[in-house]
Design a protein around this ligand. Structure first.
Ligand SMILES: Nc1ncnc2c1ncn2[C@@H]1O[C@H](COP(=O)(O)OP(=O)(O)OP(=O)(O)O)[C@@H](O)[C@H]1O
Ligand SMILES: [Mg+2]
Length: 274
């Protein structure tokens, strides 16, 4: 009988624990990791985003396409806190209201962004750039006394392998190719173990080989991170596409596989008409 009571008690504990929502953690038990609902952003009366609703699942690799001015970059600005919308809601998991947070807090929570122009430190080695990314969250005082532990060294090696720069570890970032710099920047983001990565036009200026390698890299990251990729190059999008969202005039025009959206008459109209 006593054993039965103990079992019952621990079962109750488990149920209580499983229904507990820890404040500050990303709760994705009921669906997407990123929600945008009815988000509008106006610039001088012009609606850059017009009641945009978007849902990104945990571990998903989502491609976003759409003509110039469709609102793709503005959407990323809203998610990262750079632009506050006039209306709508933006949630990270079920419980974290991104509209109540500023840019640093959103980055700290695990949403990071890769800009088009790589911002690696040319004078530092590849290793040092990654090391610096580890320190980025720490105060200056702590940074002064920062020493890598074994686990952090392992993390740097793991990231180097992921971005394909293991052989360049001691090279100065300044002598890397444009593509390698872009991968290093992705590596610097990975050091912070982001939950969501927003990547705006990653392949601009890359050679064909670098484009292929970037596709492989992004594909290898899905599952571990949720990734939103904005890109105009349709061949590239096709090579990584799972679900594709087409943005037009600040709203979602349609979503689906690459074939579905490319054959959608509305999409054809928007691209030809644009
Ligand atoms: N800070 C701003 N002030 C005024 N207008 C802006 C601002 N940012 C964006 N816009 C306008 O909002 C619209 C959407 O711009 P956005 O940069 O989000 O488009 P996009 O889809 O990223 O386009 P592209 O494919 O050219 O990068 C555009 O008409 C743009 O001119
Ligand atoms: Mg843009």
């Amino acid at each position: 009988m006593k054993q039965f009571e103990e079992d019952l008690f621990s079962e109750k504990d488990k149920i209580a624990a499983s229904s507990l929502v820890v404040e500050g953690s990303v709760d994705t038990r009921h669906g997407p990791i990123l929600y945008m609902e009815d988000v509008s952003v106006s610039f001088d009366g012009f609606k850059a985003l017009n009641q945009l609703s978007l849902y990104i699942d945990a571990g998903e690799l989502r491609c976003m396409i759409g003509p110039n001015g469709a609102g793709k970059t503005t959407m990323m600005d809203v998610i990262t806190g750079k632009t506050k919308p006039d209306t709508g809601s933006v949630f990270f998991g079920q419980t974290i209201d991104l509209l109540k947070m500023d840019e640093p807090a959103i980055a700290q929570a695990g949403i990071c962004r890769k800009f088009q122009k790589p911002s690696v430190f040319d004078a530092l080695t590849v290793f040092e750039n990654l090391e610096l990314a580890l320190k980025a969250n720490k105060s200056t005082w702590k940074t002064l006394f920062f020493r890598l532990n074994g686990e952090q060294r392992d993390k740097i090696e793991e990231v180097l392998a992921t971005i394909g720069l293991t052989d360049c570890i001691q090279q100065r970032a300044g002598i890397l190719s444009h593509g390698q710099k872009q991968w290093l920047e992705i590596g610097m983001l990975l050091m912070q173990e982001p939950k969501v990565m927003l990547v705006d036009e990653p392949i601009a200026g890359m050679t064909h080989q670098e484009v292929e390698r970037t596709a492989e890299l992004l594909l290898s990251l899905q599952g571990k991170h949720s990734i939103v990729v904005v890109e105009h190059d349709m061949e590239f999008v096709r090579s990584i596409a799972r679900k594709v969202t087409v943005l037009h005039e600040g709203s979602v025009l349609t979503e689906g596989t690459m074939d579905e959206v490319q054959n959608d008459p509305r999409v054809i109209q928007v691209y030809l008409g644009g």
